[in-house]
Structures are given as C-alpha cells and as structure tokens.
Design a protein around this ligand. Structure first.
Ligand code: SAH
Length: 269
C-alpha cells in the first residue's frame, strides 16, 4: 500500500467500468483477470501508471487505479463484518492514533481496522491485535500481507483478550467485540495514564452496559458516546441532491480516558 509510480506485481488495483462500478483485483504475474465476462492479462497492467484505461478481451474499457483505504475496506475478503470506512475515519481521530503509538486492538476479523491502524502508527509504532478465532486470524494475516505488505510493527495473538491482555504502557486500546465490559480492569492496567479506550458496538444496550461499567470502575473519565452518519451526494447536470439511499446504522463509538482510580470531579461521571 501507499506505493507510487508504475503498477507492480502483487499490488491491488481497482477497475472501474463505464458505469463507475468498482472491482478489486490483485496483479499476479502470469494470470488473467476475469472481469465482466472478459479477461485482461496482468502483464498489460504491470508497468503502467495509475489512471490509464485498459480494454478487456470483450473490448470493454476499464479505468485502473490503486485503491484508497476507503475502497479497499469494503472489498477485503471476509467472514466477519468489517468496520465501515466512515467509522474508521472517526475512530482514528477520536482514539487519537498517532505515528509511533503503542496500540492494542481486539478482535481482528478480516483486519480492516488493522490496516488503518498499521498505516496511522507507522513503522515507529506497534500494534498488537488479539483474535479469538484461528480461522479469522489466518484470513487477517493473508489480508494484511496482500493489501498492506510486510508489517514488522504488527503482532497478531490468537487469544481471548478477556483472559490474555498482557501489554503495559499502551497508548490506545480499541475493542470491536460484543462484551467489552469484561475487559475494563485489564484495559485499565494495560493503558498508560491518560491513555484512551475506544469501543465499537452495534446496539445501544451494549453501550449502556459499557458506560455503566466504566463509571463503576472509577478509573476512566471523559466518556463520550457518538455515531457517525454519512450521506453521499449526487451531482449530475441540474440533479443536485443527496443520494436516495444511505447506510442508516453501523455502530456506536464510545471513548474514555484512563485516569487515576479514586477521586472524581465530575458529579455524574
Ligand atoms: N475490527 C474488525 C472486525 C472485527 S469482527 C475489522 O475492522 O475488520 C469481531 C471479531 O472479534 C471477530 O473476528 C471475533 O472472532 C473477535 N472476538 C470476539 N470476542 C473476542 C475476544 N474475547 N478476544 C479476541 N477476539 C474476539
């Protein structure tokens, strides 16, 4: 990812057809890409600059570009649900992910958030990802190696984070699993003072459980709960309006800061 210059072997590319439909493929030398009833030889693409137009064996034109992260995520091979790009954008800012950060995440699923985190912390940072299921961990490993590349700043642990969270002096912990309240005590011990815990949950009942448990624990403050609604627009001639369809609900984001346990200054928190 992040490559510049001519398209190279092993890279992922997005093909756009005439109707602007997207199709993600990898450039594997010697292979033919099957697309919309035709084929394209990978050798016709390797060595070209992004933004050129290739024709398939059916003479259909396709625009070829490297995918952005927002395009890559919905196209990642997966068994579990990925976090939507609009939420990943919000998560990166509200969890305050920075270059060099020491980050822990669970679970990994297909690794959409993992790719975004690896990119945001950079090679000076470190990401430790927990995934309870071996089959999901394997898919995540493949996705990272195919769509991110070598990641020496990444450790993947096939373990239940509820039982095994062992890191210390962690800057940020991100949880995308159903019962984050079981991890509060371990997260508090793992986080450095001032560190951030972020949880992504699909239902507000889960959010309520988490917030109650955080307040009872007494070691977290500045709790914020949010969701992100994104509406695309259609602009063609005089037809200038929001798109008719929109994704109405994905997940709620809860963030909290790790503080000294004990005294409180906010009456309701
Ligand atoms: N954040 C991912 C999607 C995660 S889906 C992405 O952006 O692509 C939720 C994952 O959490 C599943 O793969 C599930 O196996 C894993 N999981 C659930 N409970 C867990 C636990 N206690 N420890 C580690 N992983 C867990």
């Amino acid at each position: 990812m992040n490559a510049r210059g001519p398209l190279g072997e092993g890279e992922a590319v997005i093909f756009y057809d005439r109707k602007e439909r997207e199709c993600l493929k990898r450039l594997e030398r010697g292979k033919k890409i099957s697309i919309r009833g035709g084929t394209i030889a990978v050798e016709e693409i390797i060595g070209q600059e992004e933004g050129f137009i290739v024709r398939s064996s059916m003479s259909e034109p396709f625009l070829v570009l490297r995918p952005t992260l927002a395009q890559l995520i919905p196209n990642l091979p997966r068994q579990a649900q990925v976090i939507y790009p609009k939420d990943i954008g919000t998560i990166l800012i509200w969890a305050d992910i920075f270059p060099g950060a020491k980050v822990v995440e669970a679970g990994v699923g297909p690794g959409a958030l993992t790719v975004a985190l690896l990119r945001a912390i950079g090679p000076q940072g470190h990401l430790c990802s927990y995934e309870i299921r071996e089959d999901f961990a394997k898919l995540a490993r493949d996705n990272i190696s195919h769509y991110y590349g070598p990641a020496s700043h990444w450790t993947l642990k096939v373990e239940d984070i509820t039982l095994h969270l062992e890191e210390t002096e962690v800057d940020r912990i991100l949880l995308d699993l159903p019962e984050p309240w079981h991890i509060i005590e371990r997260a508090w011990s793992a986080l450095r003072p001032g560190g951030i815990l972020l949880s992504y949950l699909p239902t507000i009942i889960q959010v309520k459980n988490l917030v109650d448990a955080l307040r009872e624990h007494n070691g977290f403050a500045c709790i914020e709960i949010m969701e992100s609604l994104m509406r695309y627009w259609h602009i063609k001639g005089l037809s200038v309006r929001p798109q008719h369809r929109m994704v109405a609900h994905t997940g709620f984001i809860t963030v909290a800061r790790r503080v000294t346990r004990g005294d409180k200054i906010f009456p309701s928190t």
